[in-house]
Design a protein around this ligand. Structure first.
Ligand code: AMP
Length: 340
């Protein structure tokens, strides 16, 4: 997985608030576990312009919710919440629908869709935000359709923590709530984020954000400290170095997939979170165990490793269940070592 270094995101961007094996294998429904419960995904939907040292593409489908929802859709049905403008291409809506993503919670508002532009440095790790146009996102209030309020699994993808809390206010006792966040909210909405932490089961953030939030240099101290602030579980992403998972007296280190060619790291973290949430919803345990969470983290990492192989969500469009399963097995082999 690639590190989501959101460097130099200025406070001015702040706002308030491989080939498929058969046709069957390729069909999204093939990936569903029969007993999978639904996941509610809320976050941003964007038209992104992304520049890497070798390529630049404009007006790509992006946004935290888009990546997270498509990631989750490989494992479970998704209830999607977000906002777009009237300029949002119908082909993107058709694509999300083709993934069996329920779009009853998608608001289409007069105006332009949220636009974000970023440039990656030569290491494809450090990223600079070039521009942000909030457009219809500026006054977004996530309102849940009645049919969403008892969704058992919730993924609060990256948006303002006050909006993430507003979603929870409308829900009836979800089984498991995951929140993602970013440096921007640690900078300008720390109080809201701290309040949100008391209401979630799991927080996902990257290494620099964990250090920033806790003012600890040790990621182990940081993970344990965040757990004490509310969430039973914390996942700290280390980009190209994998991910750390913290539970009560429990710790897991997930390796990163040794990918040679990365084309676009955008959305890796969101795809990771979506895959993780979808896997948990597919398993639907009475009480999420650390063992299942470890497998969820590996599935999220596998999906994220595919996502960075192409721009936008292009690689996820052709991704098959058997490819995910094969990569999961590679993760297993990479992490295994013999007795002395
Ligand atoms: P990531 O690479 O995981 O940081 O996610 C990148 C996605 O986040 C892009 O597709 C952007 O459209 C979206 N994004 C950028 N800035 C924000 C923001 N302030 N709030 C919500 N989503 C954002």
């Amino acid at each position: 997985m690639i590190k989501r270094t959101r460097m130099r995101m200025s406070p001015h961007t702040a706002f308030p608030h491989r080939a498929p094996h058969s046709l069957l294998d390729h069909h999204p429904l093939r990936a569903y576990r029969p007993a999978a419960m639904s996941v509610l995904v809320v976050g941003s939907i964007a038209l992104d312009t992304v520049k890497t040292p070798v390529e630049e593409h404009a007006d790509l489908l992006g946004g935290s919710a888009s990546y997270a929802a498509v990631g989750a859709s490989f494992f479970a049905p998704v209830n999607f919440v977000g906002v777009v403008g009237t300029d949002f291409p119908k082909e993107h809506i058709d694509y999300l629908r083709s993934r069996q993503i329920n779009l009853d919670g998608l608001q289409i508002v007069e105006g332009k869709t949220f636009r974000w532009s970023g440039e990656y440095m030569w290491d494809l790790n450090t990223r600079e935000t070039r521009s942000v146009e909030l457009n219809v996102f500026e006054h977004f209030t996530p309102t849940l359709p009645a049919s969403y309020v008892d969704t058992p699994y919730v993924l609060l993808a990256n948006i303002a923590p006050s909006l993430q809390s507003h979603v929870l206010d409308q829900m009836k006792r979800p089984k498991f709530i995951i929140a993602d966040t970013m440096d921007l909210w640690i900078n300008i909405a720390r109080q809201d984020l701290t309040a949100l932490l008391k209401r979630v089961d799991m927080l996902i953030l990257n290494d620099s954000e964990a250090r920033q939030f806790t003012e600890e240099t040790s990621l182990i101290k940081a993970g344990n400290k965040i757990r004490k602030m509310g969430p039973r579980f914390v996942a700290i992403k280390k980009g190209e170095h994998g991910c750390l998972l913290f539970g009560e007296n429990q710790f897991f280190s997930c390796p990163a997939y040794p990918l040679e060619d990365i084309h676009d790291p955008t959305g890796a973290g969101d795809t990771f979170a979506g895959g993780l949430a979808g896997y948990l919803a597919a398993k639907n345990q009475d009480q999420v165990t650390f063992e299942t969470l470890r497998k969820a983290v590996v599935h999220g990492s596998a999906l994220a490793s595919f996502n960075v192989e192409a721009f936008s969500l292009e690689r996820l469009r052709t991704l098959s269940q058997s490819e995910i399963d094969q990569r999961y097995q590679i993760f297993r082999k990479m992490s295994h070592f013999e007795e002395v």
